[in-house]
Design a protein around this ligand. Structure first.
Ligand code: NAG
Length: 454
């Protein structure tokens, strides 16, 4: 959450943090105190009472946490707090041996979410004794204990923070298969994006969305771009990493725009401009409240997700990498892609013309044939490789090197048109295209590249 040790402090705007890191702008005491006073007067209900008690208690836990809670309790609509209290959906939470538990507890207590921790993982433990990789991004194995705890108590929704609580994973027990589904970072991005838009409309009935923005890293799912186009708000993609997302959000905000959500596929979510960074605690309360709301409507999280894809079009992704320890060879491979028939001539099709490439953006050289002057808008870095292709059938594919590992990574996503319903067919096309892209662009045999194991 906001005490994140990642090197993102460079973009934290002065107006939000003083030099001891205290939140200023949104959480100063008199404003929320007054607002809550009126909330209590107006609703006179138990719902507000719960939040006020939590806020009074939080005075003991320090100014930053207290202001943070003030922002959260103020942000969530009373009707959703009421649903949380009525629905009593039991959430299982794991802090993955990290720092999340006390903050999640304060937030959940204040908005009426009932939850249980995974006891073995609720407190900081530098040995991370119960998990092989203490990272919910590593997928299922890190959640084994959470599955067991949830099954014992009959809880069907698991929320998992990573140890420094800036990321969030989620799993839901599926009724038909009796299996846990662990949502991908992109699926949660789609769901939270939908939920933030849903709440924005409730808070601003009838207001046009022309000033509303969502921001996302360019290798994440383009589902929000699709939703933005359909619903009439704006979508902006940035380079990977939350410093780019956060900086873009601050830039938009100072231009008078409303940024209501940001995410990256590596389970990082920014659900409020109060913390201009990924934050696993605010993502947790948003998702818990969203789940309570959905269950109160007789719907599961997965059902809502499928509804989103049915309405806007299936978005299926396939990401992987090759290992290559030779930087000279990597440069040769990418240079070959960008000089098919001379400078700036990229492949125009794959599989001998079966699939057409419509646009190319090369953030190593700054070439973008989708821009009138053929110059890329996003920042260019000649020290790393990154090329993105758009195909006419909706496939988006980014080939890039990793700054820190000897990898050539590829990120692909089929953004299918909503009238194409056959998921099996979409998957087949995606796999066929990804195979062809890898063969034709990387020539793994010729170059001795080693595919990701498994
Ligand atoms: C791909 O196409 C979309 C519009 O369909 C455009 O917004 C986007 O910039 C394109 N991306 C690249 C990398 O050319």
């Amino acid at each position: 959450m906001m005490f994140d040790m990642d090197n993102t402090s460079s973009f934290k705007n002065e107006s939000f943090y003083n030099d001891t890191g205290e939140l200023y702008k949104n959480g100063t005491l008199p404003i929320w105190a007054i607002k809550f006073y009126f909330t209590v007067i107006f609703f006179g209900s138990f719902v507000s009472f719960v939040s006020v008690i939590a806020l009074l208690r939080c005075k003991r836990s320090g100014q930053v946490t207290c202001n943070y809670l003030g922002v959260i309790f103020n942000d969530i609509l009373p009707e959703f707090k009421e649903i949380n209290l009525k629905q009593k959906l039991l959430i299982t939470h794991t802090a993955m041996h990290g720092v999340g538990t006390p903050y999640v507890k304060k937030v959940f207590d204040g908005i009426g979410i009932i939850f249980q921790t995974v006891p073995e993982q609720q407190d900081p433990d530098p040995e991370f004794s119960t998990v092989k990789f203490p990272n919910p991004e590593e997928g299922k194995s890190s959640l084994d204990l959470a599955f067991r705890t949830a099954d014992q108590q009959g809880s069907v929704v698991i929320l998992a923070n990573d140890p420094d609580a800036d990321r969030l994973a989620c799993a839901e027990k599926q009724k038909d298969t009796n299996q846990w589904k662990v949502f991908t970072g992109n699926e949660l991005g789609a769901l939270l994006g939908w939920w933030m838009l849903f709440q924005y409309r409730k808070k601003n009935p009838g207001k046009s969305l022309e000033n509303v923005y969502m921001v996302c890293s360019t290798v994440s799912s383009m589902i929000l771009r699709t939703i933005a186009k359909a619903e009439g708000f704006h979508f902006i993609d940035t380079l990977t990493g939350f410093k780019w997302i956060g900086n873009k959000a601050l830039e938009l905000q100072s231009a008078g725009k409303e940024v209501i959500f940001g995410f990256e596929e590596a389970i990082g979510y920014m659900c409020s401009m109060a913390v201009v960074d990924k934050d696993g605690v605010s993502a947790a309360y948003q998702l818990a409240t969203c789940a309570s709301y959905l269950y109160s409507q007789g719907k599961t999280i997965n059902q809502q997700l499928q509804e989103i894809y049915d309405k806007y079009g299936q978005h299926l992704s396939l990401n992987s990498y090759y290992i290559c320890h030779d930087p000279v060879l990597i440069k040769k491979i990418f240079d070959k892609i960008r000089t098919k028939r001379g400078p700036d001539t990229y492949p125009e099709t794959i599989l001998n013309g079966k699939y057409q490439i419509t646009t190319v953006r090369d953030l190593t050289t700054g070439y973008d044939n989708n821009q009138p002057d053929k110059k890329a808008v996003l920042p260019v870095s000649s020290s790393s490789q990154m090329i993105t292709f758009n195909f006419s059938n909706g496939l988006v594919c980014t080939l890039r090197t990793s700054g820190t590992e000897p990898k050539i990574k590829y990120y692909t996503e089929m953004c299918a048109y909503p009238d194409i319903k056959d998921k099996t067919q979409i998957t087949k096309t995606l796999e066929e295209m990804v195979d062809a892209i890898c063969e034709e662009m990387f020539e793994p045999k010729l170059n001795g590249l080693q595919a990701k194991a498994g």
